[in-house]
Every structure is written in structure tokens, then in C-alpha cells.
Design a protein around this ligand. Structure first.
Ligand code: AMP
Ligand code: ZN
Length: 508
């Protein structure tokens, strides 16, 4: 049992634009807050990339031995259709156009979102923080900073960004013309000032509104995240995540509020001190892009996970597609890429299934409570497997290099002449980080299942049995005809393949 050298965990901090060692605020613990969805519509698969990333980060933190406390919020009020504090609340707008209450809409899309998370094997956070459940704390926080940092306009309470040091540092928005500039509302002192409380216009009522010292209205979206992260994790906590778009406005605004909430005004030095920003590290996933323009929620059929499922793809093929790229790289979606990821996943699952079959009579080691850590794994495997554990650990510890980690896992699955039980434990541990469910899936689960299929599986099996009988009788004309019938229904017969058939997809 050789003890493998393990790598320190290093992560890219958007605030410093550098890879830094992870040093927790509370020894042994990792506290993470992820900006969650605005539940006015379905999430598209680009949004889901943000949660695959946050989940992979959480799984890695656990693998590295940290006790994880992870929060994801649900934005059910306060997110406007425009970043410039203008336009409608996304929730109210959806409610009006669908003729439903904003509360019903929030409940419906929250449910759909959680279903997509489960399908992608994304673990539940310790707590879902729902914005409308924290309104009193938001009002308290706004009251506490109002005198020093805010001013009132007819439309609400605004945060004056000049009252904190280094506003916009995260976005590198050094000038008024920087990306953090949002303007629009008349009377703002600076272009980048933003609403922390929006007053309901005179004579109007909103479905979601509350009384406050600044009139009846609703909290600003940025305030929500500052208040919920502080309530659940304390400031400063370890890591704040979100998509790269949040690096420009939403997170700089959260940081400004966090500085104010913690009592660090413009005279308290800059953000070089990670303590002031509320989180030590700010991490952002890059975008999933689609040249077909189907990522837009305003397009009729947009790219939701359900669309992938309807086309027959197992959702975990999409998870694998995400993991094949580095989270900080742009990733292009195409049906071909998804198909290739599905094929790779099938190959992995078949490899693992063969090992499980061989190990059927052996007792597999139970994973330690809370799952394998790198340390426990390194201590329990030796010999030929040890260098693979070290390489896997080094890859994920190197700012979550999942692409390399996957290659190491592929190599482990293919490795010959190693102890089968140890090998399966290593695979289980690695899969615990990557979340592909390799030990539970079967190749049949991964068979393409297009929703539009005109034939059921039992019909296909019956036709195949008939074809087999025809071939046994050397009636090849009949056998070919049956094969063509299946092909016409989109089913390809794969002679010699243990599974016998697969759907042909035309994703045009
Ligand atoms: P939203 O519901 O718009 O607040 O977005 C939820 C999460 O998805 C946020 O973290 C966004 O930054 C992220 N996001 C939005 N679009 C994409 C995309 N195309 N690729 C990756 N992440 C995205
Ligand atoms: Zn947020």
C-alpha cells in the first residue's frame, strides 16, 4: 500500500485572474454559493452548464477532503428584463403573458429545473435559498447600508458605486465606459449605480411586492444574492460561482454590496484583500454556444435538456460533453458533438459493465462514508493503480481539469492485470468526482430513444425475432425486407452487436 503524493487544490479566481491555492476560511470546510436560475422560464442547456460546473466543483472539494456546504438560490423576484434597472420583472412579465400568477410560474419552473438537475446527476445543495423567503433580511441589509451608500430616486433606492473601493474590479471595468456601466434610469449619480429596492410605480400593483422604508416594492436582484449568501454561509465565505456573464455586472454589484454590508467603505483599501468582497474566490464558467441560435429562450424551440431527451439522448451524454471541455473554455454545442459524447459514454459504461460481471462474486469495498476522498483512495490502492490515482488527483486539483481526468478514467477502465476489486473502487471514486453514474448505467439505458419513434421496443424485438427465424430458414429475401421495414422506421439493425439494434437519428 504505497501512499501516493497528492496535489494541492488550485482554482482560478476571476477576481485576481489567477490560479490560486484553495485555502478555506473555516479549516476543513468549503462554503460555496452558486447563483441559481430566474424561474420565469425553462433553463436552457447553457444554463445547465453552470450547474454541471458548480456540481463538479462541489464533488472535487469533497474528494479533496473538505466538508462541503453548498447553496444555490432560486430567483423568484427582482430580476429585470434589462440589466439597466429598466424593463419589467421577468417573473411578472411571464405571469402576464401566460395568465398565471407569478407564484405559480415560480413553482412550476423551479420543479422543471430541479428535474433537469437530477437528470444530470447534479447533487442537491444543502439548501435552496428562495429569494421571496428572505425579504425581511433584504430590507434590513438595505436599511443598514442606506445612509452611507445609497440614495433615493422616484423609482427606488440606488447604490452609489463610488462609496466603495475599486468598484467593478471583477469586471475590470476601470472606466465609466467599462462593461459595468448600466445607466438608463434618470437621476443616477454614476452610470454603474444600481437599484437595491425598486418602488412600485404610483397607481400600479405588482403580484410580488412588500412594504419597505422606500415604499412598496421589490428587492433588486443583486441585493438578493448578497443577503442570502451571507445568511447561509457568513461573510466572507469561500467560493462564489456563476456563468461568465455575471462577472460583468451582477457579481461586481454583489461585491460592492458585500463591502458595504461588512463596513468597508471607499477608505478601507481595495479588493486586494479577498475578505472585503464577500467571497475569497469568484469562479465563472464560460458559455455554451450554439451556432443555430437555439439557446435563446425567445426562440420557439430552444435548447432545453428535454429536447435532447426527446431526440433520444441520455442526459448524462450532455454532462460528459461539458466535462470534456475545460469549464473556462467556450464550448460549442452540436448534435454531432453530443452524439460523440454519447458514444464515449457507452464505451465507458460497457467497459465498466464487463468488469462488474467479472467481479460478480467478489465483495467490493464499500465507499467510505461521504464518498471517497483522494486521501482515502491513495491509501487503499497501490501497485499499478497508484500512478493513475495520482494523475487523476493532479488533474482535478489543477483548476478542475476534467478533460484530463476523463482520459485517466478511460485508461483505468482499460487497464489489464490489476486487482479487479481495487480497480472498481478506483473507478467508483473517480466517477464520484465526475458524476457519470458509470456503475449504475447499462448500455441499454443509453440506447437512443427518440420521442417521435413510431415503433415500440417490443415491436422491434418481435420483428428481429421474425428476421432471425427467416435467416435460420435461409429466407434472405424476407430477412432483408424485415431489415428494411425497421430501417424505414428509423431503426438500424446491427448484426453482430450484442444489443442488436439502435435508432438512427436525423438531427437536421
Ligand atoms: P439565469 O437564469 O439567466 O440567471 O442563468 C442561470 C445561470 O446560467 C447563470 O449562472 C448564468 O451565468 C448561466 N448561463 C447563462 N447562459 C449561459 C450559457 N450559454 N452557457 C453557460 N452558462 C450560461
Ligand atoms: Zn446571484
Amino acid at each position: 500500500m504505497a501512499m501516493t503524493d497528492l496535489a494541492p487544490l488550485r482554482l482560478f479566481n476571476s477576481l485576481t485572474r489567477q490560479i490560486e491555492p484553495f485555502t478555506p476560511v473555516h479549516p476543513g470546510e468549503a462554503r460555496v454559493y452558486s447563483c441559481g436560475p430566474t424561474v420565469y422560464n425553462y433553463q436552457h442547456i447553457g444554463n445547465m452548464r453552470a450547474y454541471v460546473f458548480a456540481d463538479t466543483l462541489g464533488r472535487t472539494l469533497r474528494f479533496k477532503g473538505y466538508k462541503l456546504r453548498h447553496i444555490i438560490n432560486i430567483t423568484d423576484v427582482g430580476h429585470l428584463t434589462s440589466d439597466a434597472d429598466a424593463g419589467d420583472d421577468k417573473m411578472e412579465k411571464a405571469a402576464a403573458s401566460l395568465g398565471k400568477s407569478a407564484w405559480d410560474i415560480a413553482a412550476f419552473y423551479t420543479g422543471e429545473f430541479k428535474q433537469d438537475l437530477r437528470r444530470l446527476n447534479i447533487r442537491d445543495p444543502h439548501r435552496w435559498t428562495v429569494a421571496t423567503e428572505y425579504i425581511p433580511q433584504m430590507i434590513e441589509a438595505a436599511k443598514a447600508i442606506a445612509d452611507k451608500h445609497c440614495y433615493e430616486l422616484p423609482s427606488g433606492l440606488y447604490f452609489d458605486v463610488s462609496t466603495v473601493a475599486d468598484y467593478g474590479r471583477l469586471a475590470r471595468a476601470a472606466t465609466e465606459e467599462g462593461e459595468g456601466r448600466i445607466d438608463e434610469v434618470e437621476g443616477k449619480r454614476h452610470g454603474a449605480d444600481f437599484a437595491i429596492w425598486r418602488r412600485t410605480p404610483e397607481g400600479e400593483t405588482r403580484q410580488m411586492e412588500w412594504d419597505s422604508p422606500w415604499g412598496r416594492g421589490a428587492p433588486g436582484w443583486h441585493l438578493e444574492c448578497s443577503v442570502m449568501s451571507r445568511a447561509e454561509l457568513g461573510l466572507p465565505f469561500d467560493i462564489h460561482t456563476g456563468g461568465i456573464d455575471h462577472r460583468e455586472i451582477h457579481h461586481p454589484n454583489e461585491i460592492a454590496q458585500n463591502q458595504a454590508i461588512q463596513g468597508y467603505d471607499a477608505h478601507h483599501g481595495g479588493l486586494d484583500c479577498a475578505q472585503h468582497s464577500g467571497a475569497r474566490m469568484w469562479m465563472h464558467n464560460n458559455f455554451l454556444i450554439d451556432r443555430g441560435g437555439k439557446m435563446s429562450k425567445s426562440a420557439g424551440e430552444f435548447l432545453r435538456l428535454q429536447l435532447l431527451v426527446d431526440r433520444g439522448y441520455h442526459p448524462l451524454a450532455y454532462r460528459l460533453l461539458c466535462l470534456q471541455a475545460h469549464y473556462r473554455s467556450e464550448l460549442e454545442f452540436s448534435w454531432d458533438n453530443l452524439g460523440a459524447a454519447l458514444t464515449r459514454l457507452k464505451r465507458m459504461v460497457m467497459g465498466v459493465a464487463a468488469l462488474k460481471e467479472r467481479a460478480a462474486n467478489l465483495a467490493l469495498p464499500a465507499a467510505p462514508e461521504g464518498g471517497w476522498t483522494a486521501e482515502a483512495l491513495a491509501a487503499s490502492v497501490g501497485g499499478k493503480l497508484a500512478p493513475f490515482v495520482a494523475r487523476f488527483d493532479a488533474a482535478v486539483s489543477d483548476d478542475l481539469n476534467t478533460a484530463v481526468a476523463l482520459t485517466v478514467l478511460d485508461e483505468v477502465i482499460a487497464l489489464k492485470k490489476v486487482d479487479l476489486v481495487e480497480k472498481l473502487a478506483v473507478i467508483a471514486a473517480m466517477d464520484g468526482v465526475l458524476g457519470l453514474d458509470l456503475l449504475a448505467l447499462s448500455r441499454t439505458d443509453l440506447r437512443l430513444r427518440p420521442a417521435s419513434a413510431t415503433l415500440g421496443e417490443s415491436d422491434i424485438e418481435a420483428t428481429l425475432a421474425e428476421r432471425k427465424a427467416a435467416r435460420a430458414e435461409k429466407d434472405f429475401t424476407r430477412s432483408d425486407a424485415l431489415r428494411d421495414t425497421l430501417l424505414a422506421a428509423g431503426v438500424e439493425v446491427m448484426d453482430g452487436d450484442p444489443l442488436g439494434w439502435e435508432w438512427r437519428l436525423d438531427n437536421g
